[in-house]
Design a protein around this ligand. Structure first.
Ligand code: FMN
Length: 166
């Protein structure tokens, strides 16, 4: 039955949104010799000219104030072999970079080795939206290498999936 109610119950809201399948990214940055990163599903393309992308981050994020300070971030689009990396970067208060192999991007952001693709961005704008911030980045560099054998990590109805066994 359709739910038409002014009070949208959080669990039902989350469940409804779970029907929108997406990829998974880790947003990374680097400041004062420290690597920063968090798992992020809410990545979207925004504009072609200028080339803009966005992500939404919860207001209580420990990572985002540091990313804002750095003024730049990389979007690491995860492959289906990186489920553990997605889980690791979603655990706050832990050493998220333990055992992670990374390389520096042209803008100086850490790129997680084995990612399907990456985009290097400067922060372009930030908008408050409820309990999240919408962060818009201008893309300054991207990965031009096509890793033909690699498939994306997918997320649907609260579970990791891959294109082989969707
Ligand atoms: C699959 C998945 C998707 C997520 N997507 C987002 C997101 O879009 N925005 C967000 O703020 N947090 C998202 N999170 C939660 C953060 O990764 C998690 O809260 C992280 O520990 C925040 O770290 P921080 O406090 O260091 O910023 C997601 C977590 C998972 C597992």
């Amino acid at each position: 039955m359709p739910l038409l109610n002014t009070a949208i119950e959080p669990l039902r809201f989350r469940e409804a949104l779970g029907h929108y399948a997406s990829g998974i990214t880790v947003i990374t940055s680097h400041i004062d010799g420290e690597q920063i990163g968090f798992t992020c599903q809410s990545f979207h393309s925004v504009s072609m000219s200028p080339p803009l992308v966005s992500f939404s981050v919860m207001s209580g994020s420990a990572s985002y104030p540091r990313i804002r300070q750095a003024g730049r971030f990389a979007v690491n689009i995860l492959s289906d072999e990186q489920v553990e990396i997605s889980q690791q970067f979603a655990r706050r208060g832990t050493d998220k970079w333990h055992g992670i192999e990374w390389q520096e991007s042209p803008l100086g952001n850490p790129i997680i080795v084995g990612s399907l693709h990456w985009l290097d961005c400067e922060i372009y704008a930030e908008h408050a939206a409820g309990d999240h911030l919408i962060v818009i980045g201008e893309v300054k560099a991207l990965d031009l290498q096509e890793a033909a054998a690699t498939q994306p990590l997918l997320y649907f109805k609260g579970q990791y999936r891959n294109m082989r066994h969707a």
